[in-house]
Design a protein around this ligand. Sequence first.
Ligand code: CAA
Length: 273
Amino acid sequence: MYSTAFIIFLELIVDDINLSNLNAIQKDEVIFSDDKVALVSGGTRGIGRGICEILKRAGATVVAGYASDEEQAKKFSRETNIEAIKWDVSNFNECEKVVKHIIDEYGTISILVNNAGITRDTTIKKMTVEQWQEVINVNLNSVFNMTKVSWDEMLKNKFGRIINISSVNGQAGQYGQVNYCAAKAGIIGMTKAIAQEGARYNITANTVAPGYVDTEMVAAVPQNVLDKIISTIPVGRLGHPEEIARAVAFLAREDSQFVTGSTISINGGHHMY
Ligand code: CAA
């Protein structure tokens, strides 16, 4: 009755109950052929790193993007054997160059994960125009840039899996994040439009909306504020990057074509609707 892909997705979620099994995908079948090339922005740390690792373990060729931390990028490449490329996702020309490089070096681009994101949290009273624009450029305009420069290749292949990482805060709002919430909510609408344009060409576009996950970004929230937020999460803890990555791997599969324009919320019950 259910597709194999959906059953595997459910099995992976069930694995979460046993946290010692967080790397259970290792036991999973190879899902992707290595001619499936995935590009993950912000891929060397946090959720992005989890996504890179799971896609690689599932058989795809993976390339990660990063913005500034060279040391971390080198460490990531050493540990994972995944190439890390530095570029600015908010700069259209740099996005164009990097996708051309991927196609020249690896043959194509099949899976695009728009994960790169920043925060510049402060109340609207104190927020500067620069803080507003920086977050909109890096978190939202980047999704346009990367999708636009990958589109023709995906059309040519009649295959594309675009997965955009939003946030619970784009769904529910968050005090001190007017810029971030606007960008993350914008991603959800944009993804639905891309899904409509891509559907007939086997290009899917979906959003994954994580809640508070154990990453450097969340660790930067003042501890007293974070404790209060965690106390409102029904599951009672932060998420793990792997718990987000599994949904991305599911959406990236070839046999997930019928899942498009959706938003998968993974937030420990923090926001339900
Ligand atoms: N609801 C109501 N009032 C709140 C509030 C809330 N959620 N949070 C703070 N306030 C109040 C404070 O109590 C304070 O009130 P008083 O002046 O009466 O004491 C007032 O707002 C202003 O506080 P500050 O002077 O500390 O303002 P600030 O500008 O220095 O800092 C803040 C405010 C930046 C919002 C800080 O509270 C903060 O960092 N909050 C967390 C924001 C957050 O959750 N960011 C998520 C980052 S992780 C991420 O984004 C990943 C993801 O996708 C989930």
